[in-house]
Design a protein around this ligand. Structure first.
Ligand code: FAD
Ligand code: MLT
Ligand code: ZN
Length: 459
């Protein structure tokens, strides 16, 4: 019996009823990421139901010297959730999927929080909160697949970031299985609790390199009573910030502030989504606001006074207006002849106009035709740079060009998606040697054998 066979026997004794997959076809969906760029191989995909089962799987993998790739909804965009292609290293490889860990506890309406298992989706958590008049402050277009564990592990941003902050800010408590199989549990709804290091905060953004997140205690927020969504066509990026400032001055709360371009809207329209405004302009913004009184009238007033080319508005949730923004990822992915080069950067707000112009022209810097499409969370200075039709042998060059522009503008090479495997060669653009060494020391302390997600963040 090989080491791998012995491990499979142990895994099958831990997770029964056919949830240890070894058949190639059954495993396929777990071995390729959402973008189609990253695909790999594994000896097994294991789908535990409980924290105890996760702990037993991790212990069995430790005993067998196996490596583990941690996976939630597999919507990550940086290649962090799937193993690489088979390597010389003979160590058994296991994908641990949280797809069956979907319990959601009763919502605590007084403490405004909810405990969930790691595989619960963002949509499921928000629905549970909504039934109690509350809302889950993390929201992304991948809401029906992205999981609690995934958004915490990536410290996801999303469309409500401008209002409520990133996912780390929503984590009150966490339960996680460490690399030796022990269970770490910090579970308190206390908002003030300063006993030592902020381990839940450390696991947020750890991209599955430090521990398996099994449960999360999330903060919830009040649902805004009334919202209005507007899409405006504008000549300059600065016009968007003028709109946002004026709305805030008039007492409105900005719930979301997004940016799109003509090329992106055209593509989304080609894929069946109605254009929100007829006029054409270099930029479009989608802004959602909340407030009291006749907020629709206030928004109309702001649009009338502003120098916008065109504008429409609807009372929230205005899913059709949102579709023009949220369908970008799908439409872009389906339009590129090669897997899209998806880069997710941020720059200081003051540098945004210049950086957008430079990023939009990045294709001119290389002697290969590729189509750049930019969109993103403008209020956070976060631009998603999507490069379509890039041949594989030009990916590194173009990525380097984009990151060069970002670094020169004082920005970050990863605003929200993380490093994964896609951006490992460029971490030095965002972190000093000392900083990277401190991160490696944390990895070595918590996962000394490099069992979890090898190759992610550190290469
Ligand atoms: P996965 O893709 O399965 O994994 C992502 C990373 O987390 C991997 O490194 C994995 O190993 C790790 N991980 C997953 N579960 C666990 C766990 N239980 N314990 C430890 N590590 C774990 N991202 C944003 O930030 N903002 C957006 O607005 C946004 N919009 C998106 C829209 C679309 C249409 C798509 C396809 C993606 C979008 N994303 C966005 C990216 C993605 O949805 C997020 O990164 C999300 O957080 C990933 O969740 P997941 O459950 O799919 O995680
Ligand atoms: C988004 O904001 O829609 C995303 O982060 C996904 C993407 O970059 O495509
Ligand atoms: Zn985003």
């Amino acid at each position: 019996m090989t080491g791998s066979d012995a491990l499979l026997t142990t895994l099958r004794s831990v997770v029964t009823d056919g949830h240890v997959l070894t058949d190639h076809d059954a495993m396929a969906g777990y071995l390729t990421d959402w973008t189609g760029r990253w695909t790999g191989s594994a000896d097994a995909v294991v789908r535990p139901r409980t924290t105890d089962e996760v702990a037993a799987i991790v212990s069995a993998c430790a005993d067998a010297g196996a490596t583990l790739w941690l996976q939630g909804g597999n919507t990550g965009l940086v290649g962090g959730s799937v193993p690489p292609a088979a390597a010389d290293n003979p160590a058994p490889r296991v994908v641990l999927s949280t797809s069956r860990m979907v319990d959601i506890d009763e919502v605590d309406t007084v403490g405004r929080c909810v405990g969930v298992q790691a595989g619960a989706t963002i949509d499921q958590i928000d629905r549970a909160a909504g039934e109690c008049g509350l809302a889950f402050p993390v929201d992304l277009a991948s809401r029906e697949s992205a999981t609690a564990g995934g958004v915490v592990a990536t410290n996801a941003g999303g469309v409500r970031m401008i209002r409520h902050g990133n996912t780390r800010r929503q984590v009150l408590g966490i339960e996680a299985v460490l690399a030796d199989g022990r269970v770490l549990r910090r579970w308190t709804s206390l908002v003030k609790d300063n006993v030592g290091y902020d381990l839940p905060g450390l696991l947020a953004g750890s991209e599955g390199t430090l521990a398996v997140i099994t449960r999360v205690l999330f903060r919830l927020v009040a649902s805004p009573a009334e919202t209005v969504v507007t899409v405006a066509a504008v000549r300059h990026v600065e016009d968007i910030f003028t709109l946002l400032d004026t709305m805030a001055e008039r007492g409105l709360t900005v719930e979301a502030a997004e940016i799109m371009t003509e090329a992106g809207l055209d593509l989304v329209h080609d894929h069946g989504v109605r254009r929100p405004v007829a006029a054409t302009a270099p930029f479009y913004t989608l802004i959602e606001v909340s407030g009291t009184g006749d907020i629709e009238e206030v928004v109309v007033g702001v649009l009338d006074e502003a120098d916008v080319v065109d504008g429409v508005l609807e009372p929230g949730p205005a899913r059709d207006l949102w579709a023009s923004r949220e369908q970008h990822t799908e439409a872009i992915s389906r339009s590129s002849v090669t897997p899209v080069v998806k880069l997710d950067v941020s720059v200081p707000i003051r540098a945004l106009p210049e950086a957008l112009a430079e990023l939009g022209a990045v294709a001119d810097l290389v002697d290969h035709p590729c189509r750049p499409i930019l969109f993103g969370h403008v209020g956070d200075g976060n631009i998603h740079v999507n490069l379509l039709d890039v041949p594989e042998d030009r990916v590194e060059e173009l990525t380097g060009r984009v990151f060069g522009i970002v670094a020169a503008n004082g920005g970050s090479i990863s605003a929200e998606h993380g490093i994964g495997r896609a951006k490992v060669p460029w971490t030095g653009l965002g972190r000093s040697e000392v900083d990277l060494a401190a991160m490696r020391a944390i990895k070595a302390a918590l996962d000394p054998d490099g069992r979890f997600n090898p190759g992610v963040i550190f290469g």
